[in-house]
Design a protein around this ligand. Sequence first.
Ligand SMILES: NC(=O)c1ccc[n+]([C@@H]2O[C@H](COP(=O)([O-])OP(=O)(O)OC[C@H]3O[C@@H](n4cnc5c(N)ncnc54)[C@H](OP(=O)(O)O)[C@@H]3O)[C@@H](O)[C@H]2O)c1
Length: 260
Amino acid sequence: MSPPLTGKLALVTGSGRGIGRAIALKLAAQGADIIVNFFRHREAAEKTAKDIEALGVKAQVVRANVGNPAKLDEMFDTISNNFGYLDILINNAASGVGRPVMDVDVKAWDWTMDINAKAALLCAQRAAKLMEGRGGKIISISSLGSSFVLPTYAIVGTSKAALEALTRYLAIELAPKGICVNTVAASAVETEALKFYIKEQLMPDTRQATPAGRMIIPEDVANVVAFLCSEEAFMIRGQTIIVDGGTSVAPFVIPKESQQ
Ligand SMILES: NC(=O)c1ccc[n+]([C@@H]2O[C@H](COP(=O)([O-])OP(=O)(O)OC[C@H]3O[C@@H](n4cnc5c(N)ncnc54)[C@H](OP(=O)(O)O)[C@@H]3O)[C@@H](O)[C@H]2O)c1
């Protein structure tokens, strides 16, 4: 039997590294061809594409700063010209400026909102047209900072809250077109981004075992994204699925591993 996503085409924004790379590889392992989008690190994107091709599916690398609407349009023009369709959009790329709320200026706000929230709207609008007549899946990646206050995370958290609200509106508006829209929100995941926040002391080192007994890894997020891309998840719409090993429902429980 062929893998479940055989013949599908997925765009994963920011998939050269981190969680995006894990999602791209997971969807490729399930048979999907992948558009690997990157912004600054071409080498990493090409490595991801090579690893995807080794799984026996197609990969195309496309550079675009998704925070720039003109570049985002160019990326979709490339997909439109080269393929003419799209089945899965993963809004994973994110950036942000870590500052206390009172130090947030217009530049930092616009930068973060453009990449983390506006891009998801513009990508969904272009993607939905390429999904016309075939249905599709749109999944965005959020974080617990959308609902909880994390140190220096004000703008990123606000951008993620916008992303989650957008998910609900898109889910309803695109439902008649057979497009399922959802979000996966994670707590701290072991990636370069997390190491940067901790190194720059923008966040305390909260890396510890969760009630589930270990730290979250990118593949934990990718597994849930893959499920939401499957037909089994057809009736899940407009939801934010939390992947945090139980941390958010038990914030005052100190895992045994951290007490040793
Ligand atoms: N790590 C965590 O603890 C954590 C927790 C919860 C949620 N998340 C979310 O998970 C997603 C991935 O995070 P991560 O930790 O994997 O981040 P990461 O390791 O910093 O990787 C960020 C990715 O986004 C891409 N990117 C950044 N700005 C971009 C832009 N303007 N246009 C296109 N691509 C851009 C980067 O591409 P280049 O390298 O080519 O620039 C890179 O591939 C984000 O949405 C993040 O908010 C992360």
